[in-house]
Design a protein around this ligand. Sequence first.
Ligand SMILES: Cc1ncc(COP(=O)(O)O)c(C=O)c1O
Length: 468
Amino acid sequence: MSIDTDTERLTARAREISAREHERLLERTRGSARLYERAARVLPLGVASNFQANDPYPIYLDRGLGSHVWDVDGKEYVDYHGGFGVNVVGHAHPKIVSAIEQAARRGIHFAVTTEPAVALAEELCRRFRLERVRIVNSGTEATMDAIRVARAATGREIVLKIEGSYHGHHDTVLFSVVPEADVLGLRQTTSGEAADSAGDVYRTIPTSKGVPKVMAEYTLIVPFNDAAALEHVLSERGDEIAALIMEPIMMNIGIVVPQPGYLEAVRDLCSKHGVVLIFDEVKSGATVAPGGAIELYGVQPDLACFAKAIGGGATIGAFGGRADVMDVVTRGAAQQGTFNGNPLTARAGLVALTEVLTPDAYEHLAKLGARLAGGCRTAIEENRIPAHAVDLGAKGCVSYRPQPLQNYRDFLDCNAELFTASWPWLLNRSIFMTPGDEEQWTIGVQHTDEDVDRYVEAFAEFCSELEG
Ligand SMILES: Cc1ncc(COP(=O)(O)O)c(C=O)c1O
């Protein structure tokens, strides 16, 4: 059979499976449907954040314990959603519960720095080889403040961003996050004029309404894994560029790893042009290795941003790096916040990083990750599914494209229909996953071999059903 006919056949199968499994999911989740009706009266889309929405309604959770979660219908799942990559400690971990309980008894909030916040800052500096750090409340705040610091430190205003990367929801970074395929061919010159396919950089495509148009002039877009494109932009406009913000491992289009030598080349180019290199490790930090991508690849940025897993489930963000760059916050660059470093977060984060996410824990995560990705690979091969599995410690995913991805454009090649069918299939078999194919699984320290085997079994059945 030709590749085209094979793809058409698989896609048609996926549509059938998707329709059937969605219907079954709706039957199983009537309590979520009822809560949605109530929620949608007060919360747009019935949720607290657009990323929590789903069509026709989201599955609302009631509780979590260890590696499992229960929805409002009382259905139990093994959790691989992991709160979008936060729950590497799992749910209700006794050490985290006790840390939060103790903190609550001693005063939940002061807006005054406490000793645990200092200890957390020390641990963040040790783990990620930072000289100075500030604790904030989310990944968005971390990247927003890091960009402010970079602009203040360099006296420059333009920021370079990678096509297809997500760095939170502040204005500077809400460009070219998920640009539609039909605008991708469009390029512009480095001075911002529209150009034909020979233009220098990718067009800066707005991602959100409500961002002033003028902001597009401050964000230039380059592709991932392409040091030559970066070199070209820097050679033309390097002296206007404050920072390059990038995920060292792209983790909002499945997972895209940097090609050998790419991060080193990026590091050299930024140093040569006096551009502050910011690694956004909101997803990779404390998940792919104890010291995140910084440790995994041995490339040190000037600033790095963290959130998610570093708080043990509590609301957190942090950013830091070179002392001489961070120093601008003592000389006129605004960096502040009422809840920064509050005692609940500080204690939860400290205990997560020093008592739960220990070297043994990372060994456990690596073992489980290899077992999960290995099991998925076997099912993919046996059923000749056009997909591949990526395994990076606590993080991993299946992307529905045979070859690994190099950049955002490769992500658009993935067969989204196969993912759409897999999601309700897995949920109906008690595997809780994120509803979007841009996300990936998160394994926690409380997951077991049995949990992993449950995923592999459900996934293998899906592959064989697809293959028909
Ligand atoms: C790489 C990256 N940076 C920043 C953010 C924003 O973090 P938050 O949702 O905590 O604001 C996210 C969120 O998913 C992310 O994946």
